[in-house]
Design a protein around this ligand. Structure first.
Ligand SMILES: Cc1cc2nc3c(=O)[nH]c(=O)nc-3n(C[C@H](O)[C@H](O)[C@H](O)COP(=O)(O)OP(=O)(O)OC[C@H]3O[C@@H](n4cnc5c(N)ncnc54)[C@H](O)[C@@H]3O)c2cc1C
Length: 324
């Protein structure tokens, strides 16, 4: 549906409108009550400000938040049935956790599971890792040292533009490789951001998290050399769905060298079979780091390894580098 929507927008028939003006009053009132109260009360005020009404005006529609949308379920921190993350003592629930079809009910259920399990654990009694504390302190307070550095608003805008221009679908190995290159380079820019107030400090810390997520999304999209989920992961250079190779979760972890590396984990058999999908099963495949397209170099500062190159010598951009 989103792909069709995108095609309409791109055609000379666009834009796309929500049209209710031809419907009887009760068919207009029902969605209006939900959209203007339960969902987003500001929406009614917004339309009223423009002098628009569903009874008299069609509403222009657009695609939003598609670039990095995890969808309240499709991505996030890997957890088990007790909401335990892979780091001992760490839990994740709600939008942060990767639980299929999570949404609000999933947030409540997994929040409860996490609380139950955590209540049965002993308090951590070891020493706190001082190096990690120092790094966290540095992340938060660093912008105070360069108050005249680039402001957060400008750096965040630039970062988001790269996400929009290079990671948002339709995706390609070339654009995703460029994205990774930009995100890696922006580490330096982000480290130089300036701030003077607690609010600005918070926003600066958020920019570094946005950068991390952007790089993870770009590298994951490069690794998945197929198209899936309609527009959401449409790779123009890998247009077919490949269930044999990719009806898999893509686990991302930080390697010992600090690089992002991937494992493809087969989807579990469905409790209720779905005709169109037959999970292939089998063992997980360790994929290692993803190769970038020709000419793209993206070694993260501080990562002690030569830059990864790919796309040449018969290896397409966006394939795994190693498969031990
Ligand atoms: C437009 C929209 C419509 C939706 N419609 C539905 C629906 O109809 N049905 C449904 O089930 N789900 C719906 N969802 C999804 C649902 O809202 C989320 O899955 C759910 O709210 C996730 O809960 P959460 O507690 O994990 O995260 P959140 O509700 O996002 O809560 C996280 C909280 O943490 C706070 N926070 C963030 N950073 C910090 C910090 N550094 N320090 C302190 N606090 C911090 C945030 O301000 C926020 O209050 C919708 C979501 C959206 C965006």
């Amino acid at each position: 549906m989103m792909a069709e929507f995108r095609d309409e927008l791109a055609s000379d028939r666009g834009p796309v409108y929500l049209k209710l003006s031809h419907l009887p009053e009760e068919s207009v009132t029902a969605p209006e009550n939900i959209l203007h109260s339960t969902e987003r009360p500001t929406r009614g005020t917004f339309h009223a400000g423009r002098g628009h009404d569903y009874r008299t005006h069609d509403i222009e529609m657009h695609i939003s938040e598609i670039g990095l949308c995890g969808g309240h379920s499709a991505s996030g921190v890997r957890v088990d049935d007790h909401a335990r993350a892979t780091v001992p003592g760490l839990y994740a629930a709600g939008d942060l956790a990767c639980v299929p079809h999570n949404y609000m009910i999933g947030a409540f259920v997994f929040g409860g599971l996490a609380g139950q399990d955590a209540a049965g654990q002993r308090a951590y009694a070891g020493d706190l890792p001082l190096e990690q504390l120092r790094e966290a302190h540095e992340l938060v307070y660093r912008p105070l040292r360069s108050p005249d550095g680039p402001p957060q608003t400008q750096v965040e805008y630039k970062l988001r533009r790269f996400v929009h221009d290079y990671v948002a679908p339709p995706k390609s190995g070339a654009r995703l490789s460029l994205a990774v290159e930009h995100f890696v380079r922006m580490r330096t820019e982000i480290a130089g951001m300036g701030a003077t107030t607690p609010h600005e400090l918070m926003r600066c810390a958020e920019v570094s998290f946005i950068r991390d997520c952007a790089e993870m999304a770009a590298r994951a999209s490069l690794t998945r050399t197929e198209s899936r989920w309609g527009l959401y992961h449409e790779r123009t250079d890998h247009p077919r769905r490949d269930d044999q190779g990719w009806l898999h979760h893509l686990d991302l972890r930080k390697s010992a060298s600090g690089a992002m590396e991937f494992t493809a984990r087969p989807v579990e058999p469905y409790l209720v079979p779905v005709d169109e999908y037959a999970p292939a099963g089998g063992p997980s495949r360790h994929l290692g780091e993803v190769a970038l397209g020709d000419g793209h170099v993206a070694a993260a500062p501080g990562v002690s390894r030569p830059p990864v190159r790919g796309g040449g010598a018969g290896r397409p951009a966006g394939g795994p580098v190693s498969s031990p």
